[in-house]
Design a protein around this ligand. Structure first.
Ligand code: ACM
Ligand code: ZN
Length: 573
């Protein structure tokens, strides 16, 4: 809501953040009223059908109000209008601006999409100059962000108009065509007294004259820009993407991405290595990124922003050797946020989550993870809050019990609820497989999947016997799948807790029960599950697929008398 955006701008001003980047267009929606192009918001602001239809946009009147609100607080808004990529919503409204002519729908999925603005058609530039003309009327700041990130060039490669443009302009390839595109838009903005800023991909085909580079794929783009005398803003994913989870416990609530905690933000040096003093002066500042389209509620946006935004402000306003003590000051500062009604991230209490099976009695242990935190909990299925039972120490249960617990800070701000089911179970009876031999059968498959396929119906490329669960040596190439099958022979009966780690998808099945699963494309992720196993043999299956470059697969176990990688002696076939 406009009110929320204003409340957020209050916080920016409070934290001495003097610029608000407002990313208003993407494949998944066009959020800014353009009077000369009404279809942008009539069509382009909405995605999906029926119940799931989602969208909305800001009217120009609302935008003027926000710009004035920000200006009164000495915050400048930099609007972002994505081009030539991340434009599918615009193309859904005006398919004639694409290479193929469409038709297109506003995207209902995240990621990078192929449909981009055609660089060969003059209509594209008429459109953009019309849109930017209205943007300039609304936003008086010096900089206009014109996107430029993640632009697949397939459409341009296949488009006679784009190819004709390349010939006419003497451009060697499609990267240079993007440079030409950006240069043309940059000149338009310059003619109006403004400056273009774009994501670091605008460097890929050579630096467009006068462009300011926003470096997000690390800081190499910033170094290149600054050394060439261009201004730059640093916002590497490694330190500045606040839509990445703030703690490992948040993994299951967000899209899979590496943890970006406060300590990491505090370790950020906004002046990248490799810049002399003259080039360093071209670093205008750093930016925190929060793609709110991922975030279903305003509360969620705040929890993702704080305390990391406060930490980024600290980094930006303190000399490198003048930092330190943030953690202690944060304990005081957060009371100010709470008084202003601003939620911030509090980690869950430490303790078992998910399903924790036990045989006769379970001992439940929880620990605070915040220096001033206290824990409140329920065992009756009700939502825990400040008035719930205070945690004073470990408790024991002898029947299936659902524990729900929150960690609270002194001002009453609560973490998400940690939920764990302590489930009384019987041992899974061991099977009698007869004669077995050491190792598991490992089948290798070739394919480019986005989720685990049904390996059972596919033809393996190769089958071997392996003695550990992992990616076997010699499995080369980017896109492949593995299936391990055989017996897990456990030496002692009792609860076995398995931790499965992989990049990309994986699944552990014992008997007919899925014990742990993290399917889909993702960075390295750990999932866990527990099972009560009798001593002896149990059918085991581990499935895994890899797409792209980084690859990992590990299975660890905590069992009576053992903790570590699943030992070779336990694997039989
Ligand atoms: C970006 O995150 N695609 C700039
Ligand atoms: Zn084209």
């Amino acid at each position: 809501s406009v009110e929320f955006v204003e409340r957020f701008i209050d916080q920016l001003a409070f934290h001495k953040m003097n610029t608000f980047p407002w990313h208003l267009t993407a494949d998944q929606g066009w959020r800014l009223e353009i009077r000369g192009r009404p279809e942008l918001t009539r069509v382009g602001a909405w995605r999906g059908e029926g119940e799931g239809r989602y969208g909305g946009s800001y009217s120009q009147e609302e935008v003027r109000r926000v710009v004035r609100y920000a200006s009164d607080r000495f915050v400048t808004i930099v609007p972002e209008i994505e081009m030539p990529g991340h434009s599918q919503a615009a193309l859904a409204a005006y398919p004639g601006l694409s290479c193929t002519g469409g038709p297109f729908a506003v995207s209902t999925s995240w990621g990078v999409h192929s449909e981009i603005l055609c660089a060969g058609r003059e209509e594209t530039f008429d459109f953009l100059e019309g849109v930017l003309g209205e943007v300039l009327e609304l936003f008086p700041g010096e900089f206009i962000h014109c996107g430029g990130d993640e632009v697949p060039k397939d459409r341009w490669r296949a488009c006679p108009r784009c190819q004709a443009r390349m010939r006419a302009e003497g451009l060697a390839n499609e990267e240079e065509l993007q440079r030409w595109f950006t240069t043309r838009i940059g000149r338009f903005l310059e003619s109006k007294g403004r400056r273009l800023v774009g994501w670091d991909e605008i460097l890929d085909g050579g630096l467009p004259p006068g462009a300011t580079v926003m470096s997000w794929r690390g800081t190499a783009g910033a170094v290149r820009a600054a050394n060439a005398g261009h201004d730059t803003v640093v916002t590497p994913t490694s330190h500045c993407y606040f839509d990445h989870p703030p703690a490992a416990s948040e993994f299951r609530h967000s899209f899979p991405a590496p943890v970006l905690d406060v300590a990491r933000v505090l370790s950020f040096d906004p002046i990248p290595e490799g810049l002399g003093p003259q080039a360093a002066a071209h670093v205008l500042g750093a930016q925190g990124n929060l793609w709110t389209e991922f975030m279903p509620t305003e509360e969620r946006v705040l929890v993702m922003a704080f305390p990391r935004l406060a930490a980024l402000a600290e980094v930006l306003w303190s000399p490198v050797d003048g930092r330190g003590g943030f953690e202690g000051r944060w304990l005081i500062h957060r009371r100010r946020l709470a008084a202003a009604g601003i939620r911030y991230f509090v980690p869950e209490p430490a303790g078992a989550g998910g399903i924790a099976p036990f045989l006769d009695r379970a001992r439940i242990e929880l620990a605070t993870t915040d220096p001033e935190g206290r824990i409140a909990y329920t065992l009756d299925g009700s939502a825990p809050g400040p008035d719930s039972t205070a945690w004073t120490g470990a408790i024991e249960v002898d029947r299936t019990t659902v524990l729900q617990a929150v960690q609270l800070t002194p001002d009453g701000t609560a973490s998400r609820t940690l939920r764990a089911e302590f489930r009384r179970v019987a041992l899974r009876r061991a099977d009698s497989p007869g004669e077995t031999a050491p190792g598991l059968r490992c089948e290798r498959y070739r394919g480019a999947w986005t989720a685990l396929p049904d390996f059972g119906v596919l033809e393996p490329e190769e089958t071997s016997i392996v003695h550990e669960i992992g990616i076997p040596a010699g499995v080369a190439g980017d896109d492949f799948g593995l299936r391990f099958t055989g017996w897990l022979e456990v030496p002692a009966g009792g609860i076995h807790r398995f931790v499965l780690a992989s990049d990309d998808g994986s699944r552990l099945t014992i008997g007919d029960q899925i014990v742990a699963e993290a399917d889909g494309l993702h960075a390295r992720q750990e999932v866990e599950g527990s099972l009560a196993l009798e001593a002896g043999c149990h059918p085991i299956r581990v499935e895994f697929f890899e797409r792209g470059e980084v690859e990992s697969l590990e299975l660890r176990v905590e069992a009576p008398g053992y903790a570590g990688p699943v030992p070779a002696e336990w694997l039989r076939h």
